[in-house]
Design a protein around this ligand. Structure first.
Ligand SMILES: Cc1cc2nc3c(=O)[nH]c(=O)nc-3n(C[C@H](O)[C@H](O)[C@H](O)COP(=O)(O)OP(=O)(O)OC[C@H]3O[C@@H](n4cnc5c(N)ncnc54)[C@H](O)[C@@H]3O)c2cc1C
Length: 401
């Protein structure tokens, strides 16, 4: 394994860092100020579209999509350090059209969409004109075990009829969100992992109702939003079925691999930013006669944070390298490991940064509180820690059977 960055990646890192410094950090507050406080899901902060245009012009657009004709032609290993930089500010990935859940959904459309799907949905997603959501989790069943999913997708002539209630469909609060990839059962009698399918459902279809958006520790994540959606006798053309009936699990394996590792890359960026803020703050303030930075305990936090970030980054790069060389399926152990390591590592670093800031750390005056709340969800979203650990233990036990 050679993890040194190629000239192409170093150049993109430099461009991206400069872009962040010139346009993203100076507009962090403006982005929040431009969200309509009375109706936060009604508008997109105008600064977002301005920044997207600038990113497109700078060639910093669709950097994901490894080795696909539609993206920037980067491998997962090349994308990792760039995704990390974007992760330093929660809304930055959207500026570069590299935000979840669109990236995972676009990968699905590239792999399993028909030419018509690509024209209708992939093209506007790649252009950043619309957004998408992924509707799998349901309120009534333990959705960390996706075989529990109950929504039904039933063939009726040239159409499929979809019924079910989903929640935590991230991004569906956004007025630009036009398409959902919905997971549901088309054959409850088939073998366990062949009962589920994924199908494209336009959100303006009759029978689709957004019931509410759920909050994360009180944050509404507007205008993105995590929506509860009712699908009531929704009819879509049979051609909207992705890959084929019963392929839901097979698609999920492909989709969740890249999606998970992108989260980890961004999470490392969030941890780096927290450590940077911590280091600056403790050198500015004095308590009990010396700089807070001179306290041994604070130096230990800093040293541990640096060690933990480096370890997590190396495991992320290894997982990305394996995805590129042996494929997402063979890299599943490394993907599961980093999916547990990265959020837990970042939560520890951010928590210490919050502590170092004193009361300001829990307020809206730094990005730390929101970042902690955001990253805490990654111990649940895309599979809880325990489920990934169960998989890792199984791979390990299998070696000695
Ligand atoms: C911010 C956020 C965004 C999300 N975005 C999306 C999205 O866009 N689309 C979507 O479909 N879903 C989304 N989700 C949902 C997420 O994927 C699910 O919450 C997750 O899969 C867990 O399912 P559940 O909530 O039903 O928990 P349950 O399945 O009820 O599990 C509850 C707990 O049980 C424990 N547990 C489960 N299995 C095991 C085990 N084998 N061993 C030990 N303990 C276990 C774990 O501690 C787990 O947290 C999102 C969630 C959050 C918080």
């Amino acid at each position: 394994m050679n993890f040194s960055y190629s000239d192409k990646v170093v150049e993109l890192q430099k461009k991206l860092t400069e872009f962040m410094e010139e346009y993203i950090y100076p507009n962090e507050q403006l982005y929040h100020d431009q969200i309509d406080k009375n109706d936060p899901f009604s508008n997109i902060p105008p600064i977002m579209e301005e920044l997207k245009e600038k990113a497109k012009q700078a060639g910093l657009w669709n950097l994901f999509l490894p080795e696909s004709e539609y993206g920037a032609g980067l491998t997962n290993l090349e994308y990792a350090p760039l995704c990390e930089i974007m992760g330093r500010v929660h809304f930055a990935p959207e500026v570069f059209n590299c935000a979840a859940p669109d990236t995972g959904n676009m990968e699905v459309l590239v792999r399993y969409g028909t030419e018509e799907d690509k024209e209708k949905w992939l093209k506007p997603l790649l252009n950043g004109e619309i957004r998408s959501c992924f509707s799998m989790t349901e309120p009534d069943v333990a959705s960390s075990d996706a075989t529990n999913i109950q929504a039904s997708i039933v063939r009726d002539g040239d159409e499929y009829v979809i019924n079910g209630t989903k929640w935590w469909s991230s991004g569906a609060g956004d007025p630009r969100c036009k398409i959902a990839i919905v997971m549901g059962k088309n054959d409850p009698t088939a073998p366990k992992h062949e009962q589920q399918s994924m199908i494209l459902v336009p959100l303006d279809s009759p029978g689709v109702t957004i019931k509410r958006v759920t909050t994360v520790f009180g944050y509404d994540h507007a205008p993105h939003g995590h929506a509860e959606i009712e699908y009531n006798n929704v009819r879509v053309p049979a051609s909207n079925m992705l890959w084929g009936e019963g392929k839901g699990f097979a698609i999920a394996q492909g989709r969740l691999g890249p999606g998970r590792i992108h989260h980890c890359m961004r999470t490392i960026g969030a941890a780096e930013r927290a450590l940077e803020l911590l280091c600056k703050r403790v050198q500015e303030r004095t308590a009990f006669g010396k700089k807070i930075a001179e306290q041994g305990v604070v130096q230990e936090w800093i040293a541990e944070a640096r060690i933990d970030i480096e370890q997590a980054r190396l495991l992320t790069l290894k997982a990305a390298y394996m995805m590129d060389t042996v494929g997402n399926k063979e890299a599943k152990g490394e993907i599961a490991m980093i999916k547990v390591v990265a959020p837990n590592m970042a939560l520890k670093v951010i928590d210490r940064a919050i502590q170092a800031f004193g009361a300001a750390g829990v307020s809206q005056d730094t990005p730390l509180a929101a970042s902690w709340a955001n990253i805490r969800t990654l111990r649940l979203a895309d599979g809880p820690d325990e489920v990934h650990k169960r998989a890792i233990a199984r791979y390990e036990l299998k070696k000695y059977r």
